[in-house]
Every structure is written in structure tokens, then in C-alpha cells.
Design a binder for this molecule. Sequence first.
Ligand code: SF4
Length: 347
Amino acid sequence: MSALLRVENLVKHFPIRRHLFGRQTAVVHAVDGLNFELDAGDTMALVGESGCGKSTVGRLVLRLLDATAGKVWFDGEDLMTLAPERMRARRRELQMIFQDPYSSLNPRMTVEQTLAEPLALHGLARGRERERAAELLNLVGLAPQYLQRYPHEFSGGQRQRIGIARALAVEPRLIVCDEPVSALDVSIQAQVVNLLQDLQRRLGLAYVFIAHDLAVVKHIATHVAVMYLGQIVEYADKRSLFAAPRHPYTQALLSAIPIAEPGLKREQILLQGDVPNPIDPPSGCRFRTRCPYARERCAQEVPELRAIEGHSVACHYWQEIMAPQGVVERVVVNERLVRLQSAFRGG
Ligand code: SF4
């Protein structure tokens, strides 16, 4: 079976000009040669520090941005070359859930108007818009009597549920979730993530889940792509990636997740320095300026993303780099993580 979504050599460069119509003076390398696949019913998490290009990938997949190069195959069609008419039809199958439930809803529209708008846009549920809006509310765990209320009358979690209902109105097959829970309180985060998983099971949805919180990713993802400066440095199914990260950057990110057991913590790998400027990324391996294992070759040769023991890793020396050894010291437990994990368990 071929993948629902296949991204091939995707590139997005943003030109920088001194004036609106001036000549180009530099280029931001936001996304540089991305490849991944996603099947129906699966969740691909894109993780990395802010500015690594993950949100740009989400917008490219939905063709809210045009790519500089590369292809985005959705159900056998390259979205990057689709004629506007055909793309309009495809838009129905590709939706987005935004990070901020406060600003993603129109404050002047009732819930019913908010949910009826995409139906009207795509000519769906004609003559039964109210009934469909009530069904959608029910689908996301809200009562139909909320239809006449305005966004300011809801909590953050309820507003995000309305945002999800709006995305579901047009019966999509793929949803890009751009940090959908990061603006919510921890216990509400778990409820929304559980709702997204439940909807995925019931409706066969595929998610591209953009996040920086690896505790959330560990719960929802089936596959994880770790991004650094516009490139994927490691890609694997969730279980393999969390059990045995191969790339030094993945190891550093995972080492920062506290363990939710009283008094225990992993040995944390602290990265030196800041993420380099994407206008002038380092030669060779882009991670080399912060990598504790960097050698001469790393500055000269770009490491390819190679399939290795169930992972794909972009590092010349992955075989010599061991994952940090489990739990090593006693420290104060991370309260936030304990709350998050017990909320996921329904405790
Ligand atoms: Fe570090 Fe070199 Fe591997 Fe890059 S290629 S991650 S700099 S060891």
C-alpha cells in the first residue's frame, strides 16, 4: 500500500531583501531536502528547537506556502504542481489545527457560524448545517447547546475542541496539528491529545504533529522525525527512537525529558552554544558547532540520512556514539511531567 503522504526532497528558502523590491541580499534556509512518508491512521511527529523549520514543513504540506523545490505527494498527486481548481478540491482533505485556540476562532462568530462556514465553502450538508454543527460538537465532546455561544464564553481547552470540530467539518484525511496543546494547561493537554487519538482511531485520520514537548510526542506519535536547522537528523518509529536514539542531537533532546519517578533523573546532555543562523548554516554537518563528538570530517562532508538498524540517521560517527546510560542520579522529581503522565493515564 502506498503512503497517504510522501514528502520528497522538500526545500524552502526565504529570500531576504533590503527593500520590498530591492535585490536579494541573503537566503534563509528554512527547510533543506526533507523526505518522509505517512500512512493513513498514523502520526508523524516533527520535533526540534524553535526555528528548526517544522512549522514551515506543516505549511508546505498544506501548500499554504509554495516550495522552492521538491514534491509533496498526497494520495498519488503532487500538491506542488496541482492546478488551482484541483487544489481547491484537495484542500477539503487537508486541514490544520492551530496552536492558539484564542486567536484561531473569529470572536464575532457563534460556534454554529464557525462550524457552518467551512461547510458552505465546500458545499457540504446543505440544508442541515445546524444538525451537522451539533454532530461535530458531539464528536469533540461538547454539548449542542453551545452552538449559539461565542468563543470568549469558553475555556482554552473547549476552544481548542471547537477548532478541532471546525477542522473535522469537511471530513479531512490528513490534519497538520501545529503545537495544538502547547498553549493549554497540562491536564487539559492530556484531554485534547486523548481526543485527537480517539478521533484518529474512529475516523482513520493521519496527523503531522508539530511539537517541541517530547513527553506529548511520546504519547501520540507513531513515527518521529527530529529536525535541526531545516533538516531531518534522525527518523524512526517512536518506540525505537525513544529506546535507542542514535543521533547526538536526538540524544540531547531526550536526555532533557525528566523521568516521572520520585527522586530519579537521566543524565542530561547539555548542548553548548545557540542554534546557528539559518542564513549561514555551518558547512558539512549543520549540528557540528554544538556536537560534543564533532571532528574534522564533520566540517567538510554533509552526513547523509542513512537507514541503520530501523532508524535513519544523519551522522558520520553514529556507531561510535552510545546513547546515555539510563537513570543515574537522585534529583527532585519534575512535577509537571508527573501531572502530565497521570493525566494521560486518567489519574
Ligand atoms: Fe556530530 Fe559529526 Fe555526527 Fe554531525 S556528523 S552529529 S558533528 S559526530
